[in-house]
Structures are given as structure tokens and as C-alpha cells.
Design a protein around this ligand. Structure first.
Ligand SMILES: [Zn+2]
Ligand SMILES: [Zn+2]
Length: 346
């Protein structure tokens, strides 16, 4: 059973999850991971994954069989477990809790050779729908306070399988980073009675120098204090707090924007590893006024080292305004020819 342990100085919770299979002796000499011969996410191999919790599939096909367009399964090596209760208990000055949570994998396409950015707008919309449907289901579980959805693309960004997928983790605690973000937004709201993100959007649209693209309902820009080169944020212009609050038609525009921005990054930086994180408010309506839903995309181009660990400062070697100018000039449709899906990957 994984467990949460609370750092008594920093107040942050750490997940200790030994199920993920690292023994103290197994860190030193890591043999190069061999490509698995069989991809568990490919159609036909449904039996080698935990059963699906959701799938969108062709009429007349059976669950856990081929015929799906998108499949959501529990993670085979979950960081947290769905069964049980929290049982928070003190150990002297320390605190621990059972590692309760949901850890799911969204297999975005049956096609092994495609990346998320290769999918059609319609297919990307389906991925976003899956995020919404799973969020709607999990937010009914009263043990959970937060649902984090993210994607790791490329081994250097933490993806252990090549087949395109994203992940969802529902936690019984509001993550510390989310709490800090909310606190900042709250402070601004108390002072100005306006949403900080709505104000950022307004300023970026006026100043334009950090803008990457204006999609009408969404905007993409490089944040003023980007921590990383080409860190890119995608926000709806409408003040929306949760992904589940988007109307059906706006998902198409979000899919279009996401496809364009991912392809721009791909063309600009030659298909770099990246992480994207959906920033949504904690479950419930408490943060509706102060929090504004968005996606943060972080290409993995630099390493976090001693100074960053020690100080919490990030050193970004690229001026966000320069990165934005570079990104604006990119023709995202070139991704198709540059990264043509061929049999090479499978
Ligand atoms: Zn595959
Ligand atoms: Zn807002």
C-alpha cells in the first residue's frame, strides 16, 4: 500500500510508493531499458493492461477488446491506490496517511505510431472529452480533493511507454503547488476584485510581445516570468475554473488550439520531450471567482540543478519575448511533413 508522508518543516506531502518496483539496491546500475516487444497499449493487447474504466469504441465491440478509439485504464503501477480509507495517523511529530487515490492512463489513440499532435482535431477533442468524463466521475468520490491531468512526452520527460497517452491522478489532498497558485490568485482577487488570469490575458493581448497565437476563444503566450525556455500557456479567454465547465462546442476550439501549439513546439524545437499539465481548480465551487483554468506546456530543454533545488529560483536562458517571436513565425502545418507518421516508430 502506498502512503503519504508529510514533511513537518515544509508541510508538503510525499507519496512513498514501493509498488513501482524500485528496491534500494536497484538505483545504481540501471541497465538500458529494452523496448518491450509487445506494446500493452496497442489494440489486441487489451488483456495485458488492467481493465478499462472508460472507452469510446465502435458500436457492437466489447469492452477490453479491439474496436476502441480511446481507452482509459487504471495504471498498472499506480502511485496511489483506489481502495481503502485515508486513516491519517501521527507518528510522534510526523504524519502519515494511506496512499488513497486514482491513477489512470488515457490511451489517446489506437495507433502506435501517432503522437497527440498527429491526431485530428476531432480525435484530440475526444481526448479532452475523456479528461472531462473521468473528472466528472472521480469528483463524485468524496475522498478526492484534486484531479491532476498531465502528459509526459518522450523518455526524458518521464514517459515510460512510447504509445501516446496521458495520465490522471486524483488525490485526497490539494497539491502544494496548486495551493500556492490559488493563494496567489486569491490575494490578487482580494486586492483588485478581478481574476489575475483574466488580467494577464488582457495585458498579453495588448502588449503582444509574448503572444504566440490568438485562437479567438483561447490564447497561447510565453509567460512574463517563464521558468523554462519556451514554457507556453494556453488559456480560455472566457473565465472558466474547471475543465468540466466547458460547453461541448468549446472543446473543438480547445482541440484546435492544442494541436496548433503542440505542433509549433514540435517544429520550433525539433520534437522535444515535454510535459503538459492541466491547471484546474480543486474539486468544488470554492474557487470559481479566483481561479482560471489553463494548460501549461513545458518543453524539456534545460535541467533543474543545485541552484534551482536550493533556491526555488529558475534560471531561464531564453528571453520569453524572443521565444514568443520565434514561435509566432512557426508554421505549425509543417509538422505533418517534418514528422510524417511512418512505420519507423512501430
Ligand atoms: Zn502501441
Ligand atoms: Zn479569469
Amino acid at each position: 500500500m502506498p502512503e503519504f508522508r508529510r514533511d513537518p518543516v515544509m508541510g508538503r506531502w510525499v507519496i512513498i510508493s514501493t509498488d513501482r518496483g524500485k528496491r534500494p539496491s536497484s538505483y545504481g546500475n540501471i541497465p538500458k531499458q529494452e523496448e518491450p516487444k509487445m506494446c500493452p497499449f496497442c489494440p489486441g493487447n487489451e488483456g495485458s493492461t488492467p481493465p478499462e474504466v472508460l472507452s469510446y469504441r465502435k458500436n457492437g465491440t466489447q469492452p477490453n477488446r479491439p474496436g476502441w478509439f480511446l481507452r482509459v485504464i487504471s495504471n498498472k503501477y499506480p502511485a496511489l491506490r483506489i481502495e481503502g480509507s485515508l486513516n491519517r495517523e501521527p507518528i510522534g511529530i510526523y504524519d502519515k496517511m494511506n496512499g488513497i487515490g486514482a491513477h489512470e492512463v488515457i490511451i489517446e489513440s489506437p495507433d502506435h505510431a501517432k503522437d497527440l499532435a498527429d491526431l485530428t482535431v476531432d480525435e484530440i477533442k475526444t481526448v479532452l472529452w475523456a479528461y472531462r468524463d473521468r473528472s466528472l466521475d472521480l469528483q463524485r468520490d468524496h475522498r478526492f480533493k484534486y484531479i491532476l491531468i498531465f502528459k509526459n512526452h518522450g523518455e526524458a520527460a518521464g514517459a515510460s511507454l512510447e504509445h501516446t497517452h496521458s495520465q490522471l491522478i486524483a488525490t485526497p489532498i490539494i497539491p502544494k503547488k496548486v495551493e500556492e497558485e490559488i493563494l496567489g490568485a486569491k490575494r490578487y482577487f482580494e486586492f483588485k476584485e478581478r481574476c489575475i488570469f483574466c488580467d494577464i490575458i488582457r495585458q498579453e493581448l495588448t502588449e503582444k510581445e509574448r503572444m504566440v497565437n490568438d485562437y479567438g476563444d483561447f490564447i497561447a503566450f510565453e509567460p512574463f516570468a517563464s521558468r523554462f525556455p519556451f514554457e507556453t500557456w494556453l488559456l480560455p479567454k472566457q473565465h472558466i475554473t474547471h475543465l468540466v465547465d466547458f460547453s461541448d462546442d468549446i472543446f473543438v476550439f480547445l482541440a484546435e488550439a492544442l494541436k496548433d501549439i503542440l505542433n509549433r513546439i514540435r517544429v520550433a524545437l525539433n520534437n522535444p520531450p515535454f510535459n503538459f499539465i492541466l491547471h484546474t481548480a480543486p474539486i468544488g465551487r470554492e474557487y470559481d471567482e479566483v481561479y482560471h483554468w489553463h494548460i501549461e506546456i513545458i518543453p524539456k530543454l534545460t535541467k533543474i540543478a543545485g541552484f534551482e533545488w536550493g533556491s526555488g529560483f529558475y534560471i531561464n536562458p531564453t528571453l520569453p519575448e524572443d521565444a514568443a517571436e520565434f514561435m509566432r513565425k512557426i508554421d505549425s502545418s509543417r509538422a505533418e511533413e517534418l514528422f510524417a507518421v511512418s512505420a519507423v516508430k512501430s
